[in-house]
Write a protein that binds this ligand. Structure first.
Ligand code: GLA
Length: 440
């Protein structure tokens, strides 16, 4: 082959190679683009769709939540949360920013859920600076206070009470009665057999008496211990379930006593705590019109029977896509018409929609945090306008580092609160404290 022919051959090879490379590039690019568009970005053009899905799936979401609650409520899950790799900054308390509690002092107290271990160290300083109300995230639930029958364990709960007192904070109690995080011994007969399995009517009646006696003893012990330090009490938690019998949650409590356990719980709490403590029925999804109306009917009937209920606790575990803020307010207005108080008891705002299981990992997009900020702003504007029917707003935690939502419904990075993993104020904080700082 002479030189010319050789040159021609190389040019041909280069052209073929170039075409091949270009084709490979185009294929990869279009595939990648498609994947990105279909699976990754939940916001662009799909917020409305998400809202619709949310409405349709609310029921399913609730069921799913009920099934896994026990597993995810373990505080160890929260403590397992780690800093994100991109968090180059050190955790610190921003001393020069406004205090949340101070900002809202003319409207309502600002609360947050706390674990006993957060009463020391840097995280304790974050609580001290920003909130004037505390609620135990887990330490006052039945399994924490009375793990074995007659064997009360007060230490962890006392630590929270002491911390609140030392720092001039109010307290809420959560919760005297629940179907989760309640030890099995409550629901076993004298022989150790699960009461729900009993078929003999006579024995079922005896079981009911025994269970109500245990309930009464638990409430007597707990309320008499804390009545002077805690004024606001979640008496029962999550007793309504639109898919359950008569709209009631089909828990062992309900299967064994019907709705009597609710009446007994409120009456005993009032008897022991006196007229000064405020008693709440607490639930999630109270904005959902179907669930709200069942709860409304139940509360109305109980009030007519003289059951001492002072207010409704609205958990308000919401997300950046829904529910509409007006629905949250409408629900509170409805209960206010019954003469009841309202408290936002467990506020947080997931950055994922309810049915989404993806994980932003270390890269939470800015537009997601902006969307969250806008919704928090809208919510707080509405709450301020309705301050006469809302007596407190309590967050379920304080820093994204320690939120139950990092472990529910799957292990992932969530960011539902106002302070990030370094305890620094997020856009959502500024949105409710000073929106003019957001644009910068
Ligand atoms: C429910 C309970 C809370 C807490 C949260 C999730 O809302 O009322 O006590 O367990 O679930 O952590």
């Amino acid at each position: 082959m002479n030189n010319k022919a050789l040159e021609k051959k190389w040019i041909l090879i280069a052209i073929i190679g170039g075409v091949f490379l270009m084709a490979a590039f185009l294929l990869t690019f279009t595939k990648g683009y498609k994947i990105f568009n279909e699976d990754e970005d939940p916001v662009v053009g799909s917020i409305q769709e998400e809202n619709v899905k949310q409405e349709e799936g609310a029921q399913e979401s609730n069921e799913e939540r009920d099934n896994v609650d026990n597993a995810t409520n373990n505080p160890v899950d929260n403590e397992g949360a780690t800093d994100l790799p991109q968090d180059k900054e050190e955790p610190s308390i921003e001393e020069d920013i406004p205090s949340l509690a101070e900002t809202f002092k003319d409207y309502f107290p600002i609360g947050a859920a706390i674990e006993p271990s957060y009463t020391t160290g840097l995280i304790a300083e974050l609580y001290k600076k920003h909130v004037n109300m505390l609620v135990a995230e887990n330490a006052m639930k039945p399994e924490s206070l009375q793990p074995k029958e007659g064997n009360f364990r007060w230490g962890p709960a006392d630590r929270i009470v002491q911390f609140a007192k030392e720092n001039g904070m109010e307290l809420r109690f959560h919760t005297l009665v629940w179907h989760n995080q309640t030890p099995d011994w409550f629901f076993k007969d004298e022989e150790g057999k699960p009461m729900v399995e009993e078929t003999d009517p006579k024995k079922r009646e005896e079981n009911k008496k025994l269970l109500l006696k245990r309930l009464e003893e638990h409430i007597r012990a707990v309320v008499s211990r804390y009545k002077d330090d805690i004024k606001s009490w979640d008496v029962v938690n999550e007793v309504v379930d639109p898919s359950g019998p008569n709209g009631m949650r089909n828990s062992p409590w309900y299967q064994i006593t019907g709705t009597e356990y609710i009446e007994v719980a409120f009456r005993v709490a009032r008897e022991v705590g006196g007229p000064d403590i405020k008693l709440y029925i607490n639930d999630y999804g109270t904005d959902d019109p179907v669930k709200r109306d069942i709860l409304y009917k139940l509360v109305k009937e109980l009030l007519e029977k003289g059951v001492p209920i002072d207010g409704v606790g609205h958990q308000t575990h919401i997300d950046i896509y829904g529910p509409p803020i007006e629905r949250i307010i409408e629900s509170m207005k409805k209960f206010a018409e019954l003469g009841l108080d309202n408290i936002i008891t467990e506020l947080d705002m997931s950055i994922y929609s309810w049915n989404n299981r993806s994980d932003y990992g270390e890269n939470i997009p800015d537009y997601i945090l902006t969307l969250q900020a806008k919704r928090y702003q809208e919510l707080f504007e509405a709450l301020k306008e309705n301050k006469d029917i809302v007596s407190a707003v309590v967050f379920w935690g304080i820093s994204d580092k320690y939120s139950w939502l990092n472990g529910f419904p799957v292990q992932r990075t969530n960011a539902p609160l106002l302070f990030d993993r370094n305890f620094h104020a997020k856009p959502a904080f500024w949105a409710i404290v000073d929106p003019s700082r957001l644009a910068q």
